[in-house]
Design a protein around this ligand. Structure first.
Ligand SMILES: C[S@@+](CC[C@H](N)C(=O)[O-])C[C@H]1O[C@@H](n2cnc3c(N)ncnc32)[C@H](O)[C@@H]1O
Length: 275
């Protein structure tokens, strides 16, 4: 790919335009990642340069939406990376359930189309049901946030194609989703979930004293400074003893590590050290 001075100037002009017009703060994302994603759309539309593509965005709002879609990378699944959910079910939810608190707030940061939200809701519901404490579910609130409005609409709808379930144990799908495809999440799960648009890099956390934050497959696209400031935001939002689930591809860096105890090093589950 051309990375000469002209190309660099044109690339900056394009990313500045996207940030100004669509509120997607490209400056916080890794350049390589942005360039690869933009290149895919440029090839699809036969644009020879960043400036040609910039002009195309002015003429074609549909292409602008496709570009935003490509930049936000919304791929997800129910029970994605099953091992991390097994660990959450065994090591996190029972501990949270035992707390005598009027509210249990969970935040899925970068929830995309909501598969992670309904996975969490199913695990909490199953734990409550198995322990004969369903009435205590009323205290659970699972907040999903994402920057991408179209994904959030799908999260709100909670209806998924069969391909979204390939990693979820069949028993959970049968218990919590409609029999016919596309499968809709049961009302018991929907009652636990709320979604909201939130830019993780520019806006505050949706709540304080959060007991569990999951943020998976999101932070890898951010530059290092943005990763660190987001991890600090998570720390401030968590209650002492609250859990942070990062999953296999993300990790805690530098001085932030000292603020957490490691619960599961393989699945990257951390616990905010008590104050
Ligand atoms: C690959 S999905 C991750 C979905 C889910 N957490 C999972 O692991 O399956 C990444 C999500 O991060 C969201 N995202 C990217 N930048 C964001 C930002 N600055 N604020 C909030 N969400 C962001 C994207 O819109 C996308 O839906």
């Amino acid at each position: 790919m051309n990375t000469g001075p002209v190309d660099e100037v044109e690339f900056r002009a394009l990313t500045a335009k996207i940030a100004a017009e669509r509120g997607f703060g490209c400056a916080n994302y890794k350049d390589g990642c942005l360039r690869r994603r933009i290149a895919v759309r440029m090839r699809a539309r036969g644009s020879a340069s960043f400036s040609d593509y910039r002009a195309l965005l002015d003429r074609d709002a549909g292409e602008y939406d496709l570009l935003l879609d490509a930049l936000t990378i919304n791929v997800t699944k129910l029970y994605r990376d099953a091992a991390v959910w097994e660990a959450v079910a065994q090591q996190v939810i029972p501990k949270l359930w035992a707390l005598d608190l009027p509210r249990l707030t969970v935040w899925s940061a970068g929830c995309s189309s909501g598969e992670e939200l309904y996975t969490l809701a199913a695990l909490f519901h199953r734990h409550a049901e198995r322990s004969g404490t369903l009435a205590r579910l009323r205290r659970v609130r699972i907040i999903g946030s994402d920057i991408d409005r179209a994904s959030l609409e799908r999260a709100q709808a909670g209806v998924y194609a069969p391909e979204s379930f390939t990693e979820m144990p069949v028993e959970l799908r049968r218990r919590y989703f409609s029999v016919d495809a596309p499968h809709s999440a049961a009302a018991e799960l929907r009652a636990l979930v709320t979604v909201e648009r939130r830019d993780l890099l520019r806006e505050p956390a949706p709540a304080t004293d959060v007991q569990l934050i999951t943020c998976r497959n999101v932070v890898i696209y951010f530059d290092r400074a943005s990763q660190e400031s987001l991890m600090r935001k998570f720390h401030d939002a968590l209650a002492p003893g609250g859990y942070l689930v990062l999953g296999k591809v993300e990790t805690l860096m530098g001085p932030l590590r000292a603020l957490y105890d490691v619960v599961d090093s393989r699945e990257r589950i951390f616990r905010r050290a008590a104050a």
